[in-house]
Design a protein around this ligand. Sequence first.
Ligand SMILES: [Zn+2]
Length: 182
Amino acid sequence: MTTSAAVPTGSEGAIPAGDTVTDRLVEANRLYAEAFTDPGMDASPVLHVAVVACMDARLDLHQALGLQLGDCHTIRNAGGVVTDDVIRSLTISQRKLGTRSVVLIHHTGCGLEALTEDFRTELEMEVGQRPSWAVESFHDVDQDVRQSMQRVRTSPFLLHTDDVRGFVFDVRTGLLREVDPA
Ligand SMILES: [Zn+2]
């Protein structure tokens, strides 16, 4: 079954007609693997840090933070929200793979600012089922970062909650601004 959407004509980096965006990614991977050499590292992040960030396409974490292959765990979702599943990943990251610092990155112009919890009701009206998850929409990005920091700091499953810092990434300047946890 093919579920990938065809790349629209005239899109950046045009590819042969009939190829899907996934075909394009697979081809890029083939070239990547040709130049790839096994770095011989294990799965534990070199910098012992886990970064939790929004999935926003304008945020290139490795470039923005000067990270190299193997340096960190990156955990991403809509909003960079600390959900139960993010706690699950952080718990494994800290207890099994040796990370001890947590960096939270939200950003300006986040899609979640345009949503409300009414989105769940809209979904229920459309499909007849209310999602069990919260939308985690927000209006104040700083407050949202603070809430995320608080969720990490108060998690009983994490070994290390003393080095948790939160930031807002400005998608126009590329600069991080740290959020005061207080
Ligand atoms: Zn976002």
